[in-house]
Write a protein that binds this ligand. Structure first.
Ligand code: SF4
Length: 288
């Protein structure tokens, strides 16, 4: 990666590890979630057409054979559709091996696009969107300042699917804290059931210094789950998930145990794995 090509820090989903990253926007236009520091040091802005052209030309010098491109930063879908369309079309012309373009998408950005606009983006080659659902509980979404309700999250996810774009959803284990862990598990499963995404990833809440959530913990207003409680929550969520052909991953560095399978086919096996961990010495109450 040519370091001076990017405004760092740069983030991408684990599944985009081998993708060329093109930075069309800097930061996140929302940037208000209480648990997130990803783009706190960046002031949101969209790159100009000239900057993007230069960025693509320079990236091309090193990555002409790129077959996957991830568009950064936090929510490229906020860009005006015509501009995004012309960039994606250009990418397929300039990178002869390109077979997919993907990006993160905020729920409000999805809702702001019409179905025709999303269909046009899909036809141009936008193959998958990564949607941070975080929680299926409206109360928790409000607490963390996500900016949408659970119903709006469902509407956004269903809209993406209706337009034929693959969808990868993320849920954050532990986001409800001790007081709302059951609500978080059950309501998140409900939202995922209603969206029925192709991919579902479970990450674990990590408290970064400087977040609003860190201050809430210090003030005693939010109590983190223990590793054992995180596993209890995962188990309850899995028990409530009813989806078909959904590739489930909980194997991020933040997760206490690695889980991977296809739901609902592998649900019993995944729950068995969680039970085995819960019965292990490592996760017995008091060990953490
Ligand atoms: S929308 Fe995503 S990137 Fe933006 S602040 Fe929230 S979690 Fe962070």
């Amino acid at each position: 990666m040519t370091q001076d090509l990017y405004d760092i820090p740069l983030y991408r989903p684990p599944s985009e590890a081998n993708s060329l990253i093109l930075q069309l926007t800097i930061g996140c236009s929302h940037n208000k979630c209480t648990f997130c520091t990803m783009y706190k040091a960046k002031k949101y802005r969209e790159k100009s057409t000239e900057e993007i052209k230069e960025h693509i030309n320079r990236a091309k010098q090193n990555h002409l054979i790129a077959d996957k491109i991830f568009l950064a930063d936090g929510n490229v879908l906020v860009m005006e559709t015509e501009k995004l369309l012309s960039i994606i079309e250009k990418l397929y012309k300039q990178f002869p091996k390109l077979r997919r373009v993907t990006c993160y998408a905020g729920p409000r950005d999805i809702l702001a696009k019409s179905e025709d606009q999303l269909l046009a983006l899909k036809d141009a080659g936008l193959k998958m969107l990564y949607l941070g659902v975080e929680s299926g509980s409206t109360e928790i979404l409000r607490n963390v300042n996500k900016g949408v309700s659970a119903d709006e999250m469902v509407e956004a996810g269903q809209k993406v699917k209706k337009c034929g774009i693959n969808l990868s959803c993320m849920i954050i284990s532990g986001l409800g804290g001790q007081s709302l862990w059951e609500t978080h598990a059950v309501e998140s499963a409900k939202v995922i059931n209603s969206i029925s995404p192709r991919f579902l990833s479970l990450l674990t809440l990590y408290i970064d210094g400087g977040t609003v959530l860190e201050k809430e913990i210090a003030a005693g207003n939010f109590k983190l789950l223990s590793p054992r409680q995180i596993l209890e929550e995962t188990k309850l969520m899995l028990e409530n998930l009813q989806v078909n052909n959904c590739i489930f991953r909980s194997n991020h560095a933040s997760n206490y145990i690695a889980l991977q399978g296809t739901l609902n086919k592998d649900k019993a096996k995944l729950i068995k794995q969680v039970n085995a961990a819960l019965n292990s010495k490592e996760f017995k109450e008091g060990c953490h």
